[in-house]
Design a binder for this molecule. Structure first.
Ligand SMILES: [Zn+2]
Length: 240
């Protein structure tokens, strides 16, 4: 008996699914819960779905081996389950998971070599790895070792540099400074035990607010005003 694992997201009721009448299977598309990259396609029967939920690791029915197969059972590159969505006809599953290593047996992240993913989310995972492992010679390691105050100072500098580049109408410089700002912001969040995803969740929560509340928030944008007042000297002297 496998101990049940708490799943973060939704999980479908097996009795509501349109299992294939001939094979008893459903196709299951696996997507990285953080980078949203499509990782692979497999098939599940009822038992595989039940095991996936119980173990918290994505388990398929292997049509070639004709048996249940937990992805990564031999390689160790398992897929930790986050949640499962069902499509409109309830005949395909979308499995959200966090991979522990390459999903494809060819040592690739995805079985689809060029499957698009969210690069910022990937960078966030890399920054978290650096924070944990602190590899020598890495700039990110040096930042973490310098402490939150120093990283915070870097974020402030990059923010001002981005603002100055925009005011100077230098788009190339603006892009460079914006990239620096995003990266250092990711490091700052991680230094406080947070991820960029947490900030994105905050944005999402605000976006979901009722229309009236959102427009009221914009009207009464005190933070927007104070930012504007801070940038005022820059705006008045666009070419320093
Ligand atoms: Zn593959």
């Amino acid at each position: 008996m496998v101990e049940s694992v708490t799943v973060e997201g939704d999980f479908p009721d097996p009795s509501t699914l349109a299992w294939d009448a001939a094979t008893g299977l459903l196709p299951a598309i696996v997507q990285d819960a953080d980078t949203l990259r499509v990782l692979m396609l497999g098939y599940m029967d009822r038992q595989a779905l039940q095991t996936t939920r119980g173990k918290g690791q994505v388990t398929f029915y292997s049509r070639s081996r004709q048996r249940q197969w937990t992805k990564g059972e031999s390689s160790g590159n398992v897929l930790d389950l986050v949640g499962i969505e069902t499509d409109c006809d309830a005949d395909t599953l979308l499995v959200l998971a966090r991979p522990r290593g390459p999903t494809c047996h060819l040592d690739r992240t995805s079985c689809f070599p060029d499957a698009p993913g969210d690069f910022l989310a990937e960078l966030d995972v890399l920054v978290a790895d650096r924070e944990r492992e602190r590899p020598e010679g890495s700039y990110t390691t040096r930042l973490f070792e310098s402490g939150v105050r120093r990283i915070a100072q870097k974020v402030g500098e990059e923010g001002v540099e981005a603002a100055l580049a925009a005011v100077a109408q230098d788009d190339q410089a603006l892009l460079g400074e914006a990239a620096d700002l995003l990266f250092h912001l990711q490091v700052l969040l991680r230094a406080r035990g947070l991820g960029l995803g947490d900030a994105v969740d905050m944005l999402r929560t605000r976006h979901r607010r009722p229309v009236g509340a959102a427009s009221a928030a914009i009207r009464d944008s005190s933070s927007g005003l104070s930012l504007r007042s801070r940038l005022k000297p820059l705006l008045q002297n666009p070419r320093p």
